[in-house]
Design a protein around this ligand. Sequence first.
Ligand code: HEC
Ligand code: HEC
Length: 329
Amino acid sequence: MHKASQALARWRARIVWRSAGRLGVCLAGCCIAAALLLGGGAAQSQGQTGPDSDAVRRGATVFHAGGCYSCHTDSKNGGAPLAGGRALRTPFGVIYSPNITPDTETGIGGWSLEDLKRALHQGVAPDGSHYFPAFPYTSFTLMTDADVADLKAYLDSVTPVRQANQPHEMAPPFGWRVLLLPWKWLFFDEGRYQPDPDRSARWNRGAYLANALAHCGECHTPRNVLGALDRDLWFAGTEDGPEGARAPNITPDAATGIGRWSDSDLVHLLKTGFMPDFDNVQGLMAEAVDDSYSHLSDEDLGAIAAYVLALEPIEHQVERKSGGGSAYD
Ligand code: HEC
Ligand code: HEC
């Protein structure tokens, strides 16, 4: 409760700072009405491009960097790759990832490139409804159009699996998609990654990979009571990461972060799961390494490491939980 009220205070402060104008509009309730209207319109789309092996190969990199596999595969219960059904526990209830194989009935086989772009860039479904931010479109919005097109080629190339999506288990009002419109109004800004011309190509590649695809910040940044990321503590760690896991501070602060790590230490971790002290990471990070980051090239991992270790250090102590480990089992 105490934590919740602290979080609430932080949230209030942020609302004032970032969103006072928008909040007023939302409270007027217009957006809920708008969402009801928007949610009604169904637009079924179709169309697939033929296979292009170069695009599929490039798309595989986007796919691995984006961590799509971990969330969309129910590995714990032996689920088929990308067929969905993985339970993601959030403070608002259990969300089941959908089937993203190219099955036309239960997956996304009937989707056009525009449908995929809208989902990743705007968090909007082909029928106009809004996605829960457990699907990290808050990061994927930064993806380039070219990467989404390659990703589409890759997703079209995987084995279709017929498996119906499982409905989410969320208590009202959290399960109401209409409330996601005001949520997005407050906390989501659509926009592609803008390279920083004052930085090297390597730094920009690292920034893009870490923020648009690998979404390190979605786990390593604290969230407010409404599940929005606290941009002031970007990458600075949280005791309450996804699935209740503790995600350490990964800014280069020497005392509370990874300031003592070298680029090659970080590359080694992303490749193997081993830390400089020879301990290995567990839970969600181990999964991200196995399913995603270990498939990336040394060059891309080096770029991520160069970017992360050049971040502004943030002093932020993330307490270790008694009982240890993550809630992921
Ligand atoms: C952190 C977990 C997570 C990651 C990582 C993730 N997704 Fe998802 N994704 C979800 C969840 C949860 C939903 C459902 C959201 C909802 O129901 O509102 C979803 C929804 C989707 C949808 C909409 C499907 C439909 O039937 O409407 C697509 C497409 C999708 N994800 C593709 C991807 C791709 C491609 C990647 C990798 C670039 C990816 N996702 C990475 C969790 C994730
Ligand atoms: C799905 C959530 C998730 C994502 C995405 C994620 N991490 Fe992690 N990470 C964690 C968790 C949880 C831990 C703690 C693991 C443990 O306790 O063994 C961790 C641990 C780490 C550590 C060890 C730090 C220490 O001091 O022990 C580093 C470094 C790290 N992550 C970097 C990254 C980078 C860089 C990215 C993006 C390329 C990333 N992580 C993406 C969840 C995530």
